[in-house]
Design a binder for this molecule. Sequence first.
Ligand code: SF4
Ligand code: SF4
Ligand code: FES
Length: 359
Amino acid sequence: MAESKFVVIDGNELHFEAGETILQAARRAEIEIPTLCHDDRLTPAGACRVCLVEVDGARLMQPACHTQTGPGMVVRTQSAKVARNRRFILSLHLADIVEDREQAEDNNPSRVHQLAEEFGTAGRWTHVDSPRQGRPDDTNPFISFRADRCIACSLCTRYCDQVEAVSAITLAMRGPETTIATADGRSLTDTTCELCGGCIDVCPTGAMSEKQALAYGKAEHELEKVRTTCNFCGVGCQLDLNVDREANRVVKVTSPPPGTTVNDGNLCVKGRFANDFIHHEDRLAVPLVRGEDGALHEASWDEALERVAEGLGGVAQRHGADALAFISSSRCTVEENYLFQKMARAAYRTHNIHQCAAT
Ligand code: SF4
Ligand code: SF4
Ligand code: FES
């Protein structure tokens, strides 16, 4: 007899794929199970226990992110027992991290606090200062680890191992002292770390944060995200510029969520951190054209473009179109490169057009 490929979740009979977890089968059916330590890009760790669900025949509740579906399995994700356990787990998480939501979200959002607000807690428990140690002497310029926000979910270390393939950080110590460490407690810049900042991105609590944004002092929820294309190389990664509208400043760069853009939630060191040039005082902000006195003077874009067109047109007239050559950059978008070659071919009638990615 053919084996049943169905599982029952909250009374719904659902087809499941071989090897699929309860969480994956539930999400396909739009049954929401909260998670803290899960990321589709990483192998599950079952660390946070927020996703525990009831499974018929199992003595204990099972982590949905880490338990494979089986034929005829009956799962409950919203029973009174599951809800009570979830509140209890959230209280446990809150007991040894910064408890006040506003303080906890001084920089990145905290999913623990969001879930506590959504599902409730088992009450405020006496706060216990965690013996987890940070790395206060880490002088790297970009990433801060704040031990008083860490829930030891291991998302950062798994990301560093499995996505970045760098393993610069690791879980160290045991029990309540479990912390995020580097070899010999070195600064990240003295390890294999590539400063991709992915550990900041996956951290659900803000324990991993960006130093420059921390120093700026505005929480992420006070900033407006503006989507753009990174221009440091030709891959076309999508970035979210986090903009302080009051000051008209880009405060930090984050990645759109995994699974939504070509970079799948990842960024490199340049895309994530190399943005202080935007507001640098030496930055050329208006076009300059050379005047009759030989010096450069500020000009409008119309004036500057007119001068360029005149100059190029003059060369073509005097020496023929093939005296011109156009060189573009892989830092431009595909659309910009397309327009550039079109300008060369259609406006100046030359095929002398090249771009560094072509070699
Ligand atoms: S910045 Fe990237 S490479 Fe460095 S510890 Fe974080 S995830 Fe690993
Ligand atoms: S630093 Fe963040 S991602 Fe890493 S274990 Fe702690 S809470 Fe999890
Ligand atoms: S999401 Fe399943 S244990 Fe953390």
